[in-house]
Design a binder for this molecule. Structure first.
Ligand code: SME
Length: 152
C-alpha cells in the first residue's frame, strides 16, 4: 500500500474508532471493535489480534483471522519480545526473527505493539501478521500506537 494511502487510511480509522470508543467503558469491547475495524479495512492484515498477560502467561485475546495459538511460550517470539522490550517491534521477515512463533505458516511479516493500562503498565500486545514480507513500517507503528491509546 502506498505510504500516503496507508496514512490516510489510519487517520480515517482513528477518527471512526474515536467516536465508537468514546463511551466504551470496557477494554475487551474496545479491543474487539479495534480488531474488527482494522482487519476489515486494512487489506494486508492477515491476522489481527491481541495477546494479553494473564498470571505471567501470554494468552490470545480478541482477534480476527485464522485460528491462532492460545498460549505463547514465555520469553519466546515476537509478542514476548514486545512485552520484554516495552516497545513496538517490526519484523520485515519472520523467518529472520530468532524464536518467531509460527501460528500460521502463511504469515511472512509482523508488527507487535505493546498495550498499556492507564498507569503505563504493559498488559499485552496488539499483533498483526501479513502474508507478504516487508508489510509494516513507521506509518503502521504510528497509526497502531495512536489507536491503542483509545483503549481505556
Ligand atoms: N508470531 C507471534 C505469535 C502469534 S501469531 O503471529 C498470531 C510471535 O512470534 O510471538
Amino acid at each position: 500500500m502506498h505510504p500516503s494511502t496507508k496514512k490516510s487510511r489510519y487517520d480515517r480509522i482513528f477518527d471512526q474508532l474515536s467516536g465508537l470508543l468514546k463511551d466504551c467503558p470496557d477494554r475487551v469491547s474496545s479491543m474487539s471493535t479495534i480488531v474488527a475495524l482494522l482487519h476489515h479495512k486494512m487489506d494486508y492484515f492477515f491476522w489481527t489480534g491481541f495477546y494479553l498477560l494473564r498470571d505471567g502467561a501470554l494468552l490470545a485475546g480478541p482477534y480476527q483471522g485464522p485460528l491462532a495459538c492460545i498460549r505463547l511460550k514465555k520469553d519466546t517470539g515476537v509478542c514476548w519480545a514486545g512485552i520484554n522490550r516495552k516497545e513496538t517491534i517490526i519484523v520485515p521477515d519472520v523467518h529472520q526473527f530468532s524464536g518467531h512463533i509460527a501460528c500460521d505458516p502463511r504469515s511472512q511479516s509482523e508488527i507487535v505493539v505493546p498495550l498499556k493500562d492507564d498507569g503505563g503498565t504493559i498488559i499485552g500486545v496488539l499483533d498483526v501478521d501479513s502474508r507478504e514480507k516487508n508489510s509494516f513500517d513507521e506509518t503502521d507503528r504510528e497509526g497502531l500506537e495512536r489507536i491503542l491509546n483509545l483503549i481505556r
